[in-house]
Ligand binder design. Structure first.
Ligand SMILES: N[C@@H](CCC(=O)N[C@@H](CS)C(=O)NCC(=O)O)C(=O)O
Length: 199
């Protein structure tokens, strides 16, 4: 059976659990306390030398990095269609998520909600400025299509949903972004959807 090392605070981990639920794939979770440094023990570093969750174990194959895990699990399913141009678009959004979205939306949420940074810390304010631009771009993109890649729900939506739906915990206000809000509802209504605190 697939095994996932994960933590309930993590949107990166949630992405992979959400997909496994939506694919109906059985898996077990080992919860790792990221706030207590359990990702940095010799035992965990032997599994993922980069010391981070999520990390998937499929027999003797170990795969860290949430978006790599999404691609691995979604291969051959409608969540990652086998069409070169569609795949290219999905990868475009997965890389966007890691480079432009996650450092500004997820990191600020982690600083404010879990590490106790002040809301007016200059690092927070600087990243929020960039995060606002990212959310505007997403809102604009979604104002002409229901999901990130054309008409269908794919792993691009899962990757971007995980931290966008909790962006308010990082001080972001989505109320003035109607297309983004409608997309959040659309994702939450997909078959097999589970919330972030689900096993
Ligand atoms: N790019 C990685 C980021 C993974 C990551 O930063 N994981 C965090 C939780 S969201 C973590 O394990 N932090 C604990 C640590 O750095 O020790 C991914 O998408 O999986």
């Amino acid at each position: 059976m697939l095994k996932l090392y994960d933590n309930r605070l993590s949107g990166n981990g949630y992405k992979t659990r959400l997909l496994m639920h939506q694919l109906g794939m059985p898996f077990e979770v080992e919860w790792v306390d990221i706030l207590k440094g359990e990702t940095r023990t010799p035992e965990f570093l032997a599994i993922n030398p980069n010391g981070r969750i999520p990390t998937l174990v499929d027999s003797d194959y170990i795969l860290p990095e949430s978006n790599a895990i999404l691609c691995y699990l979604a291969d051959g399913t409608p969540f990652l269609p086998d069409n070169r141009q569609v795949k290219g678009r999905i990868l475009q959004w997965l890389f966007f998520e890691q480079y432009s979205h996650e450092p500004n939306i997820a990191t600020v949420r982690h600083w404010l909600a879990h590490l106790g940074y002040d809301a007016d810390d200059p690092q927070v304010l600087e990243r929020q400025t960039k995060g606002e631009m990212v959310l505007n771009l997403m809102n604009e993109h979604l104002s002409v299509q229901p999901f990130f890649v054309g008409g269908d729900y794919t792993i691009a939506d899962i990757a971007l949903y995980a931290y966008t739906h909790v962006a308010h915990e990082g001080g972001y206000d989505l109320s003035n972004r109607p297309a983004l809000k409608a997309w959040l509802d659309r994702v939450a209504n997909q078959p097999g959807y589970v919330t972030m605190d689900a096993d």
